[in-house]
Ligand binder design. Structure first.
Ligand SMILES: Nc1ncnc2c1ncn2[C@@H]1O[C@H](COP(=O)(O)OP(=O)(O)O)[C@@H](O)[C@H]1O
Ligand SMILES: O=P(O)(O)OC[C@H](O)CO
Length: 500
């Protein structure tokens, strides 16, 4: 190892970012490029694979040039990515056979219903830790093989490769030398046996997916290959870590031991609890997934994914025109003392964990003649925290681990009203950390560990607490508010009628 900097590539749903971290894990330069979101039909979301790659490469080069560092000074690259999003490309030409199907895309709901009809739900949950849902990669691969002309034939002849975004980026970065993924990304495909750490033959057969398409699965800190010299000034840089973005955020909070939990408040909320080396199966609507793997160690996590969080704040802005930017939601909420009895359930696209109700729809309850925009803003912010409590309650029940604190990151954690209400409604301390780019930091930390730049006991000091929010609401009030929320959620369930 020559360099002392780590380059983290963070390929997210709406933008590609690259952040350079120095030897103290401080961010020294950032590059960012957003790219097009395509919605061909209701419920469909696509990305252009070439744009994913080009935006990520440009972001990396921008970070490098802003920093003034030479490529030789980079010890390793760590990759973190939007998970589940799926691509297929030609093994020889490298050309994608179609757009990437994004994690939010619902077009494969019918394939999921079919899997359920065949009675595969218990097997899928037992093997992959997941619920049967269009969210995951498996049915997206199956759909492409069925619907893209010639795809099945080419796949069966061994000419096509499939992968999540990490696999695609590594394949491009290494000039097609590595077709690999890591255990965390594999655990989101609904094809991976998270106990045996192998692709599951039965599920591949059920979905008619040739095994030859799938990447080799490595631990999250490993040798993923070296970049082609042409990408970064003639230097070959080793790729030393890969983690799905929510797992990377967990790692970036140094939640590397059992009992540590984090919540990322972005478009959605993703709450992950490290459950240690033993897998915990959920009976309360959570996912069992892999948190990280390094050398012979593997940690599992329970995950609750909430589909609409910051997106509800966006709705205040674009849907209701109550605010001009997300920051203003705090001022508007501060214009009233409390939510005035208003409860908003932002089930705009159904409900994710722990309900998994595709047919729920959003609702506003408790309106009176005195309801003002401030109450609506406050109730919207509170809905992020209340959905988080739903998930954390399920986590405690599943894991038997009493949660002590919640570490937080993501765009919406700048909102102090939201953070205080989160502590109040959980009755738990909420810890906002110093580094806001926790996802990139997590990937960098593991890359630094893998290439020998850092030791594990340094991790906590990399991302110290910046603000603590202590619960102030009394227990009776907390439970009353929460009961009212549960009541509201019940009334939104099964609202939309399933298509005949
Ligand atoms: N001060 C704020 N208060 C409430 N929500 C906010 C605030 N700032 C940003 N957000 C919300 O956070 C989200 C952006 O967070 P980010 O972590 O960048 O999301 P993502 O990675 O999912 O794109 C947006 O949905 C935005 O509405
Ligand atoms: O890119 P993000 O931050 O919206 O995260 C997306 C998740 O990985 C989807 O599971």
């Amino acid at each position: 190892m020559n360099g002392t900097y780590i380059l983290a590539l963070d390929q997210g749903t709406t933008s590609s970012r690259a952040i350079l971290f120095d030897q103290e894990a401080r961010p020294v330069a950032i590059g960012q490029r957003s790219f097009a979101q395509s919605f061909p039909k209701p419920g469909e979301v696509e990305h252009d694979p070439d744009e994913i790659w080009e935006s990520q490469l440009e972001a990396a080069r921008e970070a490098l040039s802003t920093s003034g560092l030479a490529p030789e000074q980079i010890a390793a690259i760590g990759i973190t990515n939007q998970r589940e999003t799926t691509l297929i490309w030609d093994r020889k030409t490298g050309r994608p056979i179609g757009p990437a199907i994004v994690w939010q895309d619902r077009r494969t709901a019918a394939i999921c219903e079919e899997l359920k009809k065949r009675g595969l739900e218990p097997y899928i949950s037992e093997t992959t830790g997941l619920v049967v849902d269009a969210y995951f990669s498996a049915t997206k691969i199956a759909w492409m093989l069925e619907h893209i002309p010639g795809a099945r034939q080419r796949a069966e002849a061994g000419d096509l490769l499939a992968g999540t975004v990490d696999t695609w980026l590594i394949w491009k970065l290494t000039g097609g030398r590595s077709h690999v993924t890591d255990v965390t990304n594999a655990s989101r495909t609904m094809l991976f046996d998270i106990g045996q750490l192998v692709w599951d033959e039965k599920l591949l057969a059920e979905l008619n997916i040739p095994a030859s398409m799938l990447p080799t699965v490595l631990m999250s800190g490993a040798d993923f290959g070296k970049t082609l010299p042409e990408w970064f000034g003639g230097v070959e840089i080793p790729i030393a870590s890969v983690l799905g973005d929510q797992q990377a955020a967990l790692f970036g909070h140094a939640c590397v031991e059992a009992g540590h939990a984090k919540n990322t408040y972005g478009t959605g909320c993703f709450i992950l609890l490290n459950t240690g080396s033993e897998r915990v199966s959920s009976t309360h609507g959570l996912l069992s997934t892999i948190a990280w793997g390094w050398r012979d160690e593997l940690h599992y996590a329970l995950e609750g994914s909430v589909f609409v969080a910051g997106a509800a704040v966006e709705w205040l802005k674009d849907g209701l025109n109550l605010i001009e930017n997300p920051r203003e939601s705090e001022q508007l909420a501060a214009s009233v003392e409390d939510s005035g009895g208003v409860v908003i359930v932002p089930a705009f696209t159904g409900l994710g964990a722990p309900y998994w109700d595709m047919y729920a729809r959003g609702a506003i309850f408790g309106l009176t003649r005195g309801t003002q925009p401030g109450h609506i803003a406050r109730a919207t912010l509170e809905s992020l925290a209340l959905q988080t409590r739903d998930v954390m309650n399920a986590m405690e029940k599943d894991s038997g681990i009493p949660l002590r604190e919640l570490r937080v990151d993501g765009g919406a954690v700048r909102n102090n009203i939201l953070m205080q209400f989160q502590a109040d409604i959980l009755g738990l301390e909420v810890v906002r950390t110093e580094q806001t780019e926790t996802t990139a930091l997590g990937a960098a930390m593991l890359a630094g560990l893998q290439c020998g730049l850092w030791e594990r006991d340094q991790f906590r000091s990399f991302n110290p607490a910046a603000a603590h929010f202590q619960p102030e609401m009394d227990a009776e009030q907390r439970e009353k508010r929460y009961r009212r929320w549960q009541n509201a959620v019940e009334r939104t369930r099964g609202w939309e009628e399933p298509e005949a």
